[in-house]
Write a protein that binds this ligand. Structure first.
Ligand SMILES: [Zn+2]
Length: 267
């Protein structure tokens, strides 16, 4: 019975395929968004309980929320313009700042965003926060975490369905989920691929321009991030496999196209 169920689940999941907006890359999406969104909700609550969150009155929280609200409004427009309207209901945005000195930020499915205080000095103001916000939100919009979680499931459990894994190995599944979304402190696990990074950079630029920020701020941000290397950066910001110079060059090259797309979607 159980084996039959697993096969049935796998068959249903493997048949799903999607296209990443902007880059047009075909993406095999293995896991249903509904299940990942459910996990995201409970995991986000766990993180909020275990981290020391800055209070609503803190200026850093106000900044992150204001920028997050603008970027999320851009994402809504973007999705409407890209036949992704049906995905809008999956998002219920939330932005928080955890008081921990690490270079990290992430966005879980459903738009659950966390910034850590350690990254804010590198952001150095609104433009840098918008760069990171655009980039992290882009990972979620492009469903990169889903791809990584799917790959991780196959690696660790030989491809059993998420529902089965959650039931049989809840802790391992949770760890995998956290790692897939960059929310785990375990270094080196499930790094974003170069392809995912590049897609998030490009989409993030479009979002930040649509939200009214200068895309050149992204060049400055990655320059500052490059100077920070060697510390205890978590996977997301260690994962810049190509040299930072390559990344910055690609961002510069994409800015004219990003401006063009932002103008089109902002109509
Ligand atoms: Zn990234």
């Amino acid at each position: 019975m159980k084996k039959g169920l697993t096969l049935l689940l796998l068959g249903a999941l493997l048949s799903q395929c999607a296209t990443v907006p902007i880059t047009g890359r075909k993406q095999v999406k293995l896991l249903p968004s509904s299940q990942l969104n459910g996990m995201a909700l409970s995991q986000y609550d766990e993180v909020k309980k275990s981290e020391k969150l800055l209070p609503d009155s803190d200026q850093r929280v106000k900044d992150v929320r204001e920028i997050g609200t603008k970027i999320s409004a851009a994402v809504t427009k973007f999705m409407k313009a890209n036949h992704m309207k049906d995905r809008l209901s999956e998002f219920n945005w939330e932005f928080n700042v955890a008081d921990q000195d690490i270079l990290n930020a992430w966005c879980m499915p459903g738009g659950k965003v966390m910034f850590y205080t350690g990254i804010l000095p590198v952001c150095d103001g609104v433009g840098g926060i918008a760069t990171v916000m655009g980039h992290e939100v882009a990972h979620a919009v492009a469903r990169h975490g889903n791809e990584r979680m799917s790959q991780g499931l196959i690696q660790q459990f030989g491809g059993i369905g998420l529902a089965v894994a959650m039931q049989d190995k809840p802790q391992e599944t949770q760890n995998l989920f956290m790692a897939a979304y960059g929310a785990s402190s375990q270094l080196g696990m499930l790094k974003y691929s170069r392809q995912h990074e590049s897609e998030a950079d490009k989409m993030g630029l479009v979002f930040m321009i649509m939200a009214g920020y200068e895309p050149e701020e992204a060049i400055d941000f990655w320059g500052r991030m490059s100077a920070q290397k060697g510390g205890a950066a978590p996977p997301e910001f260690l994962s810049t496999h190509p040299s930072d110079q390559t990344r910055i060059k690609e961002i510069k090259e994409f800015i004219p196209k990003a401006k063009e797309l932002a103008a089109k979607y902002n109509k």
